[in-house]
Design a protein around this ligand. Structure first.
Ligand code: HEC
Length: 192
């Protein structure tokens, strides 16, 4: 009896790996391996709109998102203020975002010397006299809407993180343009 059971299991195992077909004969939970795969941007009639991704229904807003209706940098500079405090936690968060999304073009200190520059066009320095005077809202608008060849980062970087990265850009600017007090502090620190 035991022999028969053994034989039966051997047949079962062998028939499961037939050399003539790539399909497994016995599939455990087949719906896991046979899920319908939708290739992106190929068009698909399953969703009724030819898309392979769901698009939000008209006149709806995703949770946690606010529509951005500001059109110009001047309007942004006048209406928007940075809601985050200029503290260690925010700056560290901003640094992380900068090093992921901005450094490739703008370089580690904002001089426009990131690794992809040339062939990518050299960005204007984030340390320019003009930019030192810009309000945070102006920078926010550039990150949100893009400017010239710089694309919008609204899809990749959440609103709060865009404000955090601005705090970090301010840190980079202050490091390149220290105040007299900063220099006195530095002297004190280095003489210790
Ligand atoms: C793909 C390269 C690229 C990336 C990544 C990028 N930028 Fe830019 N950025 C540019 C270029 C190029 C310009 C100049 C655009 C123009 O005016 O034609 C620019 C311009 C700017 C300006 C305006 C400077 C001025 O004086 O007009 C700001 C501010 C800025 N970028 C901030 C950022 C921040 C913050 C990030 C990260 C969230 C970022 N950029 C990511 C390429 C990039």
């Amino acid at each position: 009896m035991r022999m028969k059971t053994l034989l039966a299991s051997a047949v079962l195992v062998l028939s499961a790996c037939s050399p003539t077909t790539e399909k497994t004969v016995i599939q455990y939970m087949p719906h896991m391996s046979n899920t319908p795969v939708l290739k992106s941007q190929r068009g698909y009639d399953g969703l009724g709109n030819g898309a392979s991704v769901m698009v939000p229904p008209e006149h709806t807003i995703a949770r946690g998102h606010r529509p951005y209706r500001i059109e110009t940098v001047d309007e942004a500079a006048a209406k928007l203020t940075n809601p985050l405090p200029h503290d260690k936690v925010t700056i560290a968060r901003g640094q992380k975002i900068y090093n992921i999304y901005c450094i490739a073009c703008h370089g580690p200190r904002g001089h426009g010397d990131g690794p992809v520059v040339n062939p990518f066009p050299i960005p204007k320095s984030l340390q320019s006299e003009d930019m030192l005077k810009w309000k945070d809202g102006h920078i926010f608008h550039v990150i949100t809407k893009g400017q010239g060849v710089m694309p919008s980062y609204a899809q990749q970087i959440q609103e709060e993180d865009r404000w955090a990265v601005i705090h970090y850009v301010r840190v980079l600017q202050r490091a390149d343009h220290p105040t007299d007090e900063d220099l006195r502090e530095l002297k004190k620190m280095s003489s210790k």
